[in-house]
Design a protein around this ligand. Sequence first.
Ligand code: C2E
Ligand code: CA
Ligand code: CA
Length: 754
Amino acid sequence: MNGTVGTWLMRLRDRLPSGGGLRDEDWATRHRLLTVLLGVVVLVVTVFGALRPDQGATLLWTDLLVLPCVVAGTLLRGRRLRSVAVAIGFTVACAGFVSLSNGLTEAHFSFFVAVAALALYRDWAPFGAFLVATTLHHGLFGVITGTHTYDHHSAQAHPLLWAGLHGFAVLLAAGFQVVQWGLTEAEERRAADNLEESQAQLSVAFDETPVPMAMFAPDGLVLRTNAAYRHWLRLPDELPADFSVRDVPLVAVAEEGSAFPRMSASPHPLTLTRQYRRTDDGELIWVELHSTPLYDKQGTLRFIFVHCLDVTSVRNHEEELRRQVRHDSLTGLLSRKAFENDLAVLLAGRNPVSVIYMDVDRFKSVNDGSGHAAGDDVLRALSARLSRVVPPGALLARLGGDEFVVAVTGPPGTGLRVGQEILASLGEPLDVAGNPLPISVSVGVASDHGAEHSDDVVLAADTAMYAAKRAGGNRLEVFAEDMRVSVHERLAAEARLRQALAGHLPWTLPLWFQPVVSTITGQIVGAEALCRMRTPDGRILSPFHFIGAAEETGMIVPLGEHVLRSAIEHLIYWSGHLGYVSVNVSPRQLAEPDFVPMLADLLAAHPGLDPSRLVLEITETALLSSTVDVSERLATIKRLGVRIALDDFGTGYSSLTWLKSVPADIVKLDRSFVAGLAEDQRKSSIIQAVLWLAQSLGMSTIAEGVEEMADWEALKAAGCPAVQGYFFSEPRAPEEFQQMLINRKCVTPMAQFT
Ligand code: C2E
Ligand code: CA
Ligand code: CA
């Protein structure tokens, strides 16, 4: 039986609302309201009591009992005590009101108002205290002063019964409030459950996501981190309560520094990418930070929510890709594309730019002979060597295959100097896999000359390099306009020359002779041997058509030897009639190490010949552009007794003072100074100066290209010792020239004037 009642009571208790569920701030608001209400009630009761006759004592007691309740409701600690104090205050006020109105039934309504008001506490304690106190008051005061408590006889006769009835009525009135609590509590529970569920979902999303996330307070305090964040930063699972953004084990690498001040200052979500160094192991990482600020309703920043994406591998990958695009994978030098871009930037600048184009000589044989891996080693070793030689700030690239290119800025001549340094640096063999490997390169140099496109300069340097390669390699050529001969023409000229050299030389490559005439005697004192080519169909070609190709291909060497040999033979043959023969020697020939020995052999083969009857004509450019020590070579030639003529004087960089340092015996004044000399005062004064200087240096002078009688007479008057030109004779085939020698005069119609 007891058990059944117990279960029933238990069930009832479970059904009843628990009460006391208000949040502190909500409770405080309600408490304040009720305390003020109680105060107002006291005031109303006091005024009411003051207006009633003979109720002074009741009023005094009421006020004396209620006021401490108001004070206790304000000053006591704890929700329970304070709410109970207010509840008792209400009971006393209502009881006072009933007494003051002599138990008027309508005055009892105040108890129902009070219980409804106290329901605001949503707590059993003030509610219960009010019920108990009300019932006790009705019982006690009904018994003591029945007429002041009830206004009808049955209640005055049975005060306890009526106390019970009133208590029950108040309880019933309270019942609806309790139902109201119950409903509210159920609703709140559901809301709380929902909230909890969504919070749980959020927590899972936050804690379990693989993206490192953290929540910061505006002052940088770390409020919450997820496992990914702690794992990423190698932090323990439990962080100290005061762990802040300053304790995060990362330091910003770049100047912009910590991202947090910007994130906390930004009213909007922000994405920042920063490079950090981990403080524990020094590793460099790239991080993409996404911050979202969270504001409360008042617009105050509460939290900063930060996602951290470690983008190190993406960044490194990107950089590697960028590097690969910019660099040649084999040598690590710039790629063609990057070189072209950077060169365009250089060309847009103010400084003159030189491009040096290099191609490894006979690289194919290295590749074919030792395999591609060995070829790669050679290219790597060469690029290392080039990197050492090239000045800082220069661009160095591999254009593919065995072709390298350098771009340097600097005054004119910088490209030539760097090119020569590169050539010189390859005098030492390369170290390829521990073995010394001698290699050489062909070098072409070109300057920008205000080139609009980087292609133009590179092409010019390439053309010059091609010329160096054609001339046998291991040399440097500076680009000149006349190198721009089409590839087709080049090949055709080359083929023709090869064919001519393979034929009967006196027929295919005959020497023609042009007389040099003394202005004093009018006699032929010597002759310049000028080479011609006879094509298979019998045409005679001027040197213009084949000397260039001969120089580029290196065929100038056998050709030059043939010219020298043939010239000497003719000289010996015409011994009684001709003083000397001069032979043109190109820079390329002079640079050839075998040239001087070959000349010595030829002279030795003709012991009867006076070597001074042989003159070698060299141009100024031969002296300037050669990579070998020409003056040394010229000195040897002079020791052999052979004379030297400085050809085309006045067309190059020549200055009169420069003439002193050249070991020449003869100066050949270029045609451009001679033509129109009679009418040009400037030309004649230059000629005067050259004549005077040459004479003072012990040199003879020959004026070339004399076509007019007036020029011839002007030269004669100026004291030029010898002349050469169409005025006397064009270059002639040997038979015709011989006829002139025998007749002791030139055969040109104009010769009659001599
Ligand atoms: P160069 O040494 O200046 O030879 C003189 C050139 O001027 C010759 O042309 C000759 O025909 C030309 N000439 C002579 N007098 C006159 C004149 O009064 N008026 C004009 N307008 N021209 C005149 P060529 O024979 O065509 O030779 C051209 C160049 O070819 C030579 O210039 C020389 O540099 C080169 N050359 C000729 N033969 C050889 C050779 O055997 N070896 C080398 N390395 N070069 C050669
Ligand atoms: Ca000449
Ligand atoms: Ca000349």
